[in-house]
Design a binder for this molecule. Structure first.
Ligand code: NFS
Length: 626
């Protein structure tokens, strides 16, 4: 129970102990005590005069003279760059897939309306062009944004005018996506930028190139290719694995792969083959963000979030796990070997020793996907050990996008953000909050996500969520409309009842945090809540974060004007100056700032206090149901 708040996880963890199989939680224990220098950001490895460590009273500077402030800021900026690189390289692949779709391939343009909207934002003239011609131009324009040398990132101009002006004044308006990542690496190498504030500013520019660039391109073009999500019902947790079917788990991030696996699993020939092996059918389930992608667009069930990946294998019921990139534990290959599970890697960027590698070539996407599914079917008859699937399974509603989410609040005939803004203005809702990010064995799995969400909805704050946080809330049942009656405050309850939405809205995967940026921008444009994102009674949180991607996300939210609370702190504690800069002074520059708070209830109250301050600044009335 200390390891996970999820009952399915608790059951499998008990089983893992009986079987003598280790998990991330065991390896975390073996790492303890973790390096204090690393934890505080005081270890520098950027050159070979080091590694250097700042030791109080003994060594206040590294060999080059870098102080704790410089070292901690450089390390943090590099985390941002790595996170931005991950999201953006994903976005680049989607742009390349759209280019393929404009030619002859297994991919299609599924949402031409969205294609036109994106074309408009990119300054591409759509008049008189058919979908394929336009897709080609949009894809090429997006690819150009990665290598852009001059000018401003086109999609960043979607932000409210006041925000763009602020970025320009601070010199953090992003240019090319790749360029900002490269510049962080340059500036943080030996003997370049030593000013912690200046390093953080470039870190923010790089993060903005992710949120308003790489991630946004990923989200938008995925919608173009695979369809913009709209609300649907589905199920979540390990109980979605079916003992009688071929279970194929897709894990990772890019829907270019998982979409094709979903398609392949519906192939009549393969279904016949599965039945010939004695299976009931082919059951696809997802883990991590790729799960969110196919959940939102197809209602494919989710087996779990980040810390569920090993647990899924330990059910003994997974015939094949196929992975692409990001958040995939190398431990999986060793673990899979103890079961009958085949682990298949597919990306040339992500191979794991001991796993089968089948390269996923987008040019023959469906064919490769079918090959992988066939392997899973073959392996079904090799099941040997005991199967133990916990019976935990939960219903949920997912599939909200910036376009659809408040469409519902507006009702069928009034697709605007007006009702949402009005609800905040008249105090029925206090504001909105985003809860995003990972699992981390340092924190009881899902506990912080779920408790924070409950506390916020209880206080009439509408919660939007993505990534592993969304899966955590889903497993806990918070994505069901009826939960509004049990757990939401009266004001939020009224809204959920009128519109039939859950009080916690699933907005997608981690790159889909860009949907939250768009939703916030739409709220500004709708009017009545100030001229900039920083004026809105809104706050963000990543209570169980662990990935560098989460650092990039946190920074683009703060740089976009959002107060953001993190569960465990950034590794910067060793620099008082940097800590003060990020938790206080930075607010004057960008309108957002950080707070670190492990206790999810206290963290929720920091968010509530912030929301209240914003309400007062807007001279809004006291909350209707205080
Ligand atoms: Ni995002 Fe965290 Fe990974 Fe998704 Fe989950 S761990 S930073 S939420 S799956 S990317």
């Amino acid at each position: 129970m200390e390891r996970s708040a999820d009952r399915a996880a608790q059951k499998i963890l008990r089983l893992s102990q009986e079987m003598g199989r280790e998990t991330a939680w065991d390896r975390f224990l073996a790492q303890k005590p973790q390096c204090r220098f690393g934890e505080k950001g005081l270890c520098c490895r950027v050159c070979a005069m080091g590694p250097c460590r700042i030791v109080e009273g003994k060594a206040a500077r590294g060999v080059c003279g870098a102080t704790a402030d410089t070292i901690a800021a450089r390390n943090l900026a590099r985390m941002i760059a790595a996170g931005a690189a991950a999201h953006s390289d994903h976005g680049r692949d989607v742009a390349k897939t759209l280019l393929l779709a404009s030619q002859d391939s297994d991919y299609r343009v599924k949402d031409p309306v969205k294609l036109r909207r994106v074309a408009y934002s990119l300054g591409v003239d759509a008049a008189g062009k058919d979908d394929l011609a336009l897709a080609k131009e949009v894809a090429e324009r997006c690819l150009g944004e990665f290598g852009r040398q001059e000018g401003e990132l086109r999609l960043a101009l979607r932000a409210p005018e006041a925000r763009v002006e602020r970025w320009r004044k601070l010199g953090i308006m992003p240019r090319g996506i790749d360029r900002e990542i490269v510049e962080v690496l340059h500036r943080t190498s030996i003997g370049v930028d030593a000013d912690y504030r200046n390093i953080v500013l470039q870190g923010m520019r790089c993060a903005l190139a992710d949120g308003w660039g790489g991630s946004m391109i990923a989200t938008e073009l995925q919608d173009v290719l695979f369809g913009t999500p709209s609300p649907l019902r589905a199920r979540v947790n390990l109980g979605v694995l079916n003992p009688k079917a071929v279970n194929i788990v897709v894990h990772g991030h890019e829907p270019t792969l998982s979409e094709m696996v979903v398609l392949a699993a519906r192939d009549p020939d393969l279904l016949r083959q599965a039945r010939a092996k004695g299976a009931e059918g082919i059951n696809i389930a997802g883990i991590c963000c790729t799960a969110n992608e196919i959940l939102m667009r197809h209602g494919i069930p989710i087996a779990g979030n980040f810390l569920h990946q090993e647990l899924a294998v330990m059910t003994g019921a997974v015939d094949l796990m196929v992975v692409d990139v990001q958040c995939i534990m190398p431990a999986l290959s060793d673990l899979a070997r103890h079961f009958h599970t085949i682990l298949v890697t597919t990306s040339p960027k992500a191979k794991i020793p001991g796993a089968e590698h089948i390269e996923f070539e987008e040019e023959r996407a469906l064919q490769v996907a079918k090959e992988i599914v066939r392997m899973g079917i073959e392996n079904f008859s090799r099941r040997n050990g005991k199967i133990y699937i916990p019976n935990e399974v939960m219903d949920l509603i997912a599939g909200f996008a910036a376009e659809s989410v408040f469409y519902f609040l507006g009702g069928r005939y009034r697709a605007t953000y007006r009702p949402l803004n009005d609800a905040i203005i008249d105090g029925r809702l206090r504001g909105i909050a985003g809860i995003v990010g990972c699992n981390n064995p340092k924190i009881t799995q899902d506990f912080a996500h779920v408790e924070m969400a409950k506390e916020l909805i209880k206080n009439d704050v509408l919660v939007v969520t993505t990534g592993c946080a969304a899966i955590a809330d889903a497993k806990a049942g918070l994505l069901r409309p009826e939960v509004a009656y049990e757990l939401a405050g009266k004001g939020l309850q009224e809204i959920c009842e009128a519109v039939g939405i859950p009080p916690v809205l699933h907005l997608g995967s981690c790159v889909d945090n860009s949907r939250i940026l768009i939703a916030l921008t739409n709220m500004v444009h709708e009017g009545g809540l100030g001229e900039d994102i920083s004026a809105i009674p809104a706050a963000g949180a990543a209570p169980e974060w662990m990935s560098e991607k989460a650092v990039a996300i946190a920074f683009y939210f703060v740089a976009s004007g959002v107060f953001t609370v993190l569960g465990n702190p950034f590794p910067i504690e060793g620099s008082e100056n940097l800590t003060r800069f990020l938790t206080e002074e930075i607010e004057k520059l960008v309108g957002g700032k950080f707070a670190f708070e492990t206790d999810p209830i206290r963290a929720a109250h920091l968010m509530l206090e912030h929301i209240e301050r914003k309400r007062q600044a807007l001279k809004l009335p006291a909350p209707m149901y205080a």
